[in-house]
Design a protein around this ligand. Structure first.
Ligand code: NAP
Length: 490
């Protein structure tokens, strides 16, 4: 029988006993249990959904100390950050509970009949939504709570009326199993079927592939690397019956800092950027991996300020040894493509040193190797000759979770062009602050054109995340009893 092993992120030593790796038959059984639990959950009321989501939030809070300690051992992210992330996770669960209770999943459009010939005349129609079915949910390594077993994907899928099978991340296996036990206790106490939320795990990619290929799975929700997301999206598309696959992937998150703002607040912005680049050892999908500046005296003054602020940072260790070596490879790739180092202290230590390099805009645009995310405390400065060239740089990036525009306060032709250019490639455009930190709220959009996500029309964070798991259906000339349901499940 093959086994799985958790590791201490700081020491690299084995943590806890080996866990049995599930067989293919056990993985199928988890999906089948989720498929059996689905019809009753799809027919559940908003109150029932809210009760489950609130129960799950309470269970996390009741075990906070143990969960955070375990997450810290497996991820090395530190208890301050992990306590904050747990708060965010319970906030998300409760927010989706409120939305479920308010009937967000049952909202409908009433379109009464119009007498007369078509196209103006039409029958009575009601447009409402139905949950898709069991969702395969893939956890990310860098958010052991908020984008993992009980993260936003699971919360929004449950609120929509879907059952869920979670693929645990190998980077925090023990934490995933502990949270899964809490889930089972809550399901039992609410007399809900154990299969409503399943957990599968395994080394290598086969488990994920088997999960997304299973005929009973109706959608995939993934947070992770562009390469992993692309592979699983291809599996979802290759099924005899393809399914929606919501992949939240990597991103380089350009920050455009115009000369006016650098002249006014250069030193302060250098410190702000340096801390955003190294926060959590740079292991954020919204890490500012690209800084776009316009050549001139303000940029010449700013760059040494940024380099000094970054060199003074001391990032902690990375989540896994695999991500640590991937960081070195990413830095090597930037250097090989011609990036000139500004902060670069090579070293084999578990905690990487921050990396900063610069490149001219024309070379950046010409070399796709410079457009790839380097996951970790790294950023690339692109020096443009004009605002027009800044726009060409954004176009070359093509897709990003965020673009930040510093200094676009005036309504003028350049700033309008920059806002258009930023909106064309990003899910979220910021005009102050840094892209790290993604608020869970009604106005949030966390996604963006490829390679930021596989579905730029949807968001994985915020209230609208629920919409990913609901399919619209039009009821035409429906009988009175059905209309009286007002979008509620039948
Ligand atoms: P990852 O290596 O892609 O892993 C994510 C999940 O996908 C894991 O469960 C992994 O399982 C599975 N997987 C990866 N490649 C696969 C393949 N070829 N076939 C089947 N399954 C596969 O990502 P990560 O290291 O956890 O996270 C880091 C990345 O996530 C960064 O690029 C970061 O920017 C991105 N991220 C994005 C967001 C967002 O919201 N957009 C948020 C957080 C992180 P195995 O480990 O078993 O292979």
């Amino acid at each position: 029988m093959s086994t799985l092993q958790s590791f201490d992120a700081r020491t690299g030593l084995a943590l806890g006993a080996a866990l049995p790796a599930p067989t293919a038959a056990q993985i199928d059984a988890s999906v089948e249990a989720a498929a059996q639990a689905f019809p009753a959950w799809a027919a559940s009321s908003g109150t029932q959904r809210a009760t489950l989501l609130r129960g799950l939030a309470e269970a996390l809070e009741a075990d906070r100390e143990g969960l955070v300690a375990l997450a810290d051992q497996e991820s090395g992210l530190g208890s301050g950050r992990l306590n904050g992330e747990l708060d965010r996770t319970t906030f998300q669960l409760r927010r989706f509970a409120d939305l479920a209770e308010q009937g967000a999943a049952f909202a409908f459009t009433d379109d009464p009949a119009v007498a007369g010939a078509p196209p103006a005349g039409h029958p009575a129609m009601v447009r409402q939504r139905v949950p898709l079915g069991p969702v395969a949910m893939f956890s990310a390594s860098n958010f052991p709570f908020a984008f993992s077993v009980l993260g936003g994907d699971t919360a929004s899928a449950l609120a929509a009326g879907c059952s869920v099978v979670v693929k645990a991340h190998n980077g925090h296996l023990l934490l995933s199993n502990r949270i899964f036990q809490l889930i089972q206790d809550v399901l039992r106490s609410q007399q809900l079927p154990a299969g409503l939320i399943g957990l599968v795990q395994g080394a290598g990619n086969e488990v994920g592939r088997q999960l997304i290929r299973h005929p009973a799975i109706a959608a995939g929700a993934f947070t992770g690397s562009t390469r992993g997301g692309a592979a699983l999206q291809a599996e979802a598309n290759a099924r005899p019956r393809p399914i929606p696959f919501y992949g939240e992937l990597g991103s380089i998150n350009p920050v455009v800092a115009l000369p006016s703002v650098l002249e006014a607040r250069g030193a302060e912005l250098a410190a702000t950027l340096a801390s955003s680049i190294t926060q959590g050892c740079g292991q954020f999908c919204t890490n500012p991996g690209l800084i776009v500046l316009v050549d001139g005296p303000a940029t010449d003054t700013f760059l040494p300020q940024l380099a000094a602020a970054l060199a003074a940072q001391q990032p902690h260790g990375m989540l896994t040894s695999g991500l640590r070596s991937a960081f070195d490879q990413g830095v090597e790739q930037l250097l090989a493509a011609g990036a000139q180092p500004l902060v670069h202290e090579a070293g084999g230590a578990a905690a990487p040193r921050p990396f900063l390099a610069q490149i001219d805009a024309a070379t950046f645009i010409a070399k796709p190797a410079l457009h790839e995310e380097v996951f970790g405390p790294s950023s690339l400065v692109v020096r443009a000759g004009s605002v027009q060239q800044v726009l060409e740089v954004l176009q070359a990036v093509g897709g990003s979770l965020t673009v930040t525009l510093w200094g676009a306060e005036q309504d003028n032709t350049d700033n309008r062009a920059l806002v258009r250019g930023a909106m064309a490639i990003a899910g979220r455009v910021l005009f102050s602050g840094v892209p790290t930190g993604v608020a869970v709220s009604a106005g949030q959009q966390h996604g963006g054109p490829w390679p930021a996500s596989t579905q730029p029309l949807s968001t994985s964070v915020g209230d609208a995340a629920l919409d990913r798991f609901l399919r619209p259906v039009c009821l035409q000339d429906a009988p009175a009893w059905l209309l009286a349901r007002q979008g509620q499940p039948v």
